[in-house]
Design a protein around this ligand. Structure first.
Ligand code: AMP
Ligand code: ZN
Length: 459
């Protein structure tokens, strides 16, 4: 029997056994990207980490029994400003950015809806967009006003924080601290400085929709309401797991909880809240001003996506991660070694003992990878790595991919490697060296080691 999944829950600040509300249908939500610009490598962290959790849940509960919703924020101030700057609609801007984001994360070995959804069945992976859920947002906003948890003021609809006695239960910040934070700039129409916007009027030229609560002027949603709307629509009023980066605990997740619980009169929005730690670059905070801001695209120019995925998974998801070239080089060497072991073998139908233990212990990927290092059975190694979204290609397919990516002719390179192999077998060292030099001139490095000959392509 598979070991019991244990997860660290931000809501309780404890690691506990995971028990789904409905064991035949595990439901998980992750806050996804705001699509106004190229995603950076920090944004890739929650995508990769929660992709791993999705894979693990599918393994433990069965692929047909897990639903994952990861939203796309396709309306917000930055999106509106960027679209206006370019003179295009927010839909055109966000469609383009989202398509590029999909290409990026596909390269990182992240499962996509088309990989897991089955025609005619309940969707297993949905990627809802905020602007497709305005009706659900309006229903929640009107429900909150009717229940006395929200009010209309100066063209806005605001959530009335003091109306919720246990507001703050997720972030566990003292009320006065939250108030002090909110006081920096308090809009005059707020009854309490903590109150937050559910709906606001649109300025001329901004995207707008007919407003709720009889407000005459068209408007647009506040930031938090979209996730209450999309998780409700796709997962229900309460669900199992809600995930995102640690920066989202307050105010975003706290406010999602307030909206959903007060609208639906529930004790929880989600039972388990998971938060990934932040990524920094070579020991420094990643920021545009420091010039160490790295997009996923930048990384993919220099490294195969699989190398980046492995580099990301070496650190436990709750710890801060230091993104370094050294870490990428190490990951590249590891994969090189594993591909030589696995070759073109098929994965074993069973996950090796010893791998599920760490993974089910709050996604202890560092120990899981150490376990993979101990495996030398090709079929077992492939099965274990596949569960983590690694070694998903055969060695031949990967080799051909890297030859092609370097602009070389696959047949020619493979033929030369074969000629060299035959020369070595015949102990014709001079011929073998000539071919090695010819390959080197093309950018293909061959090395002979105890596990046989390996080669790599320098792009
Ligand atoms: P955003 O597009 O800014 O809304 O962020 C999308 C996701 O990426 C959220 O879950 C953020 O918490 C997460 N995120 C943003 N920056 C980083 C970072 N440097 N390290 C880890 N996660 C991040
Ligand atoms: Zn969210």
């Amino acid at each position: 029997m598979a070991p019991m999944l244990r997860l660290y829950n931000t809501l309780t600040r404890q690691k506990a056994a995971f028990a789904p509300i409905d064991p035949s249908h595990v439901r998980m939500y992750a806050c996804g990207p705001t699509v106004y610009d190229a995603a950076h490598i920090g944004n890739a962290r929650p995508i990769i980490v929660f992709d791993l959790l999705f894979r693990l849940l599918r393994h433990l509960y069965g692929a047909a029994h897990v639903t994952y919703a990861r939203n796309v924020t396709d309306v917000d101030d930055k999106i509106n400003a960027r679209a206006a700057e370019r003179g295009i609609t927010i839909r055109d801007l966000t469609d383009g950015t989202l398509a590029a984001f999909h290409d990026d994360i596909r390269a990182l070995g992240v499962l996509m809806p088309e990989d897991v959804n089955v025609a005619g069945e309940r969707p297993r992976f949905v990627e809802p967009r905020a602007t497709d859920h305005i009706a659900e947002m309006i229903a929640i906003i009107e429900g909150l006003v009717a229940a006395g948890h929200a009010y209309v003021a100066d063209g806005h609809v605001l959530f009335d924080v003091p109306s919720m006695p246990d507001y703050g239960g997720l972030s566990k910040r003292p009320l006065d601290e939250m108030e002090a934070g909110a006081r920096v700039e308090v809009a005059p129409y707020k009854r309490s400085p903590l109150d937050f916007v559910l709906w606001k009027p649109s300025k001329p030229g901004e995207p707008s929709w007919p407003s709720p609560c009889g407000l005459p002027a068209p408007g647009r949603p506040g930031w938090h309401i979209e996730c209450s709307a999309m998780s409700w629509k796709h997962l229900g009023k309460t669900f199992d797991i809600h995930a995102g980066g640690i920066d989202l605990i307050f105010p975003h997740h706290e406010n999602e909880v307030a909206q959903s619980r007060c609208c639906f009169s529930t004790d929880v929005m989600a039972n388990v809240w998971l938060h990934n730690g932040f990524l920094q670059v070579e020991g420094e905070k990643m920021s545009k001003s420091l010039g160490n801001f790295i997009t996923i695209r930048d990384v993919l120019k220099d490294w195969p996506g699989e190398v980046a995925r492995l580099a990301m998974l070496k650190t436990h998801y709750r710890q801060p991660i230091d993104w370094t070239v050294r870490g990428l080089e190490e990951a590249a060497r590891t994969l090189e070694r594993w591909y030589v072991i696995v070759g073109d073998s098929a994965a074993s139908p069973v996950i090796p003992d010893g791998l599920l233990e760490p993974l089910t212990d709050d996604l202890n990927t560092a120990s899981a990878l150490a376990e993979l290092h101990r495996l030398d059975d090709p079929a077992g190694l492939k099965a274990g790595a596949n569960l983590m979204g690694l070694l998903t290609q055969t060695k031949s397919a990967r080799d051909q991919g890297s030859i092609r990516a370097a602009g070389l002719d696959v047949l020619e390179v493979e033929a030369l490697i074969e000629v060299r192999r035959a020369a070595r077998a015949a102990k014709d060292w001079a011929a073998s060296d000539r071919v090695r030099d010819a390959l080197l001139a093309m950018g293909v490095t061959v090395k002979d080691g105890k596990d046989g000959t390996v080669w790599s392509v320098t792009p």
